[in-house]
Design a protein around this ligand. Structure first.
Ligand code: NAD
Length: 375
């Protein structure tokens, strides 16, 4: 069983799919691990850290690998190096990229999308959406603090008092909860909102104040899967009125709101942005899905009359060492389920619900039900 750790070819991707810890664990399963040279360097992991735990470093690492692990979906130039029948496991970003899936299928490899992992107890340790969102939520606050011209905590000094920063977190899923906790640790006064009633208690347990339109629709806004529904126009109007009143008094707004399979809800209008004081900062973590803040641009910091809208993409990648370490553990835990331990051999159970949920391609075809060509 040969496992290869790919070096990402996207120059904006600093993460890597393995850590010295997971290499050790793969070795214990009986695997040989080969790393492409420099694969971990942007995550603070030089090749020597991997060789020290028994990996080999080789420019040909991918060629005869049974499993290739990486961060982003492989491109055609990478697929050309994989042997037919190999497994490739990554964050595949499959929606809207059906042509790329066809290319992967044509290369004869079996591709698995880690972000399609079911959010069930058994797979919690493999949940890349959570591991990466957690870090993104943390980092969003750090970015806000970096762009903000004032301190976050209240400081009473001989030279005068610095007031605490007021932080408003919109969307209280995994990223939002970590943003609240981080902003509180820095001493900010934190408020937060969501459309799912379950979040109220979570917000309050972190020492922040909950603010939302709590009408009948709100009481039913959570799907059976634990996600938010898209809200009605009427609710959106009530929510906008509440947000407009609140946002103008805030120093920092961090938005994380997403709805599965839909564009991100627009929560902060250009007018609301302009109502904030100069020097205020908005960080839009939903920018890659269309953004929660009007005027946010993916990959950019937009200045609106002295108010900054931070739209960094791959925010977890801005804490690359931690993001890689958690992602590597997510991958290891999944691959471990595919190994016949007594025989130290790869033995994928194609009927396993985790495999079925994540497998995109197999034997030259796109096999995932969500990506079948329309009849
Ligand atoms: P997400 O990334 O899909 O969305 C982020 C947040 O935005 C959610 O809390 C959502 O309710 C909120 N939102 C959507 N529309 C909004 C609007 N119009 N206004 C305000 N907020 C809005 O969510 P997530 O971080 O993936 O978490 C979703 C749920 O899944 C949570 O209940 C979480 O606890 C749960 N979860 C379960 C597991 C597991 O069981 N293994 C793992 C992770 C998360």
């Amino acid at each position: 069983m040969k496992i290869a750790v790919a070096k990402e070819i996207d120059p904006s991707e600093p993460r890597v799919a393995a850590s010295p810890d997971t290499v050790k664990k793969f070795k214990a399963l009986g695997a040989e691990v080969a790393i492409e040279p420099g694969a971990g360097i942007k995550s603070g992991l030089p090749d020597s850290e991997f060789t020290a735990v028994g990996a080999t470093v080789s420019a040909d690492a991918l060629k005869d690998a049974d499993i290739i692990i990486k961060v982003k979906r492989p491109e055609a130039s990478e697929l050309a190096q994989y042997k037919r029948g190999a497994l490739v496991i990554a964050i595949m970003d499959p929606y809207g990229n059906e042509a790329a899936l066809k290319t992967i299928a044509d290369a004869g490899v079996a591709a698995f999308a880690m972000e399609l992992m079911p959010r069930i107890t058994r797979a919690q340790v493999m949940d890349v959406l959570s591991s990466q969102a957690n870090l993104a939520g943390y980092r969003a606050v750090i970015e806000a603090a970096e762009s903000f011209g004032r301190a976050f905590p209240m400081m009473m000094t001989a030279a005068g008092t610095v007031p605490a920063a007021k932080v408003f977190v919109m969307g209280v899923g995994v990223a939002g909860l970590q943003a609240i906790a981080t902003a509180r640790r820095l001493g900010a006064v934190v408020t937060a909102t969501d459309v799912r009633p379950a979040t109220k208690e979570q917000v309050e347990s972190l020492g922040a104040k909950f603010l939302a339109v709590e009408d009948e629709e709100f009481k039913n806004a959570q799907t059976a899967g634990g996600y938010a529904k898209e809200m009605s126009k009427e609710y959106q109007a009530k929510q906008a009125a509440l947000t407009a009143e609140h946002v103008k008094k805030q120093d920092i707004v961090i938005t994380t709101a997403l709805i599965p399979g839909r564009p991100a809800p627009k929560l902060v209008s250009a007018e609301m942005v302009k109502s904030m004081k100069p020097g205020s900062v908005l960080v839009d973590l939903a920018v890659e899905r269309g953004g929660n803040v009007e005027g946010a641009k993916a990959g950019e910091v937009v200045d609106v009359d002295g108010i900054k809208i931070v739209g960094y993409t791959n925010v977890a990648g801005r804490v690359a060492q931690s993001a890689s370490s958690l992602y590597a553990r997510n991958l290891f835990s999944f691959i471990e389920t595919m190994v016949d331990k007594p025989n130290k051999a790869l033995a994928v159970n194609w009927d396993d619900e985790l495999v079925k949920a994540t497998a995109l391609t197999k034997d030259g075809a796109v096999v995932h039900p969500n990506f079948q060509p329309k009849a």
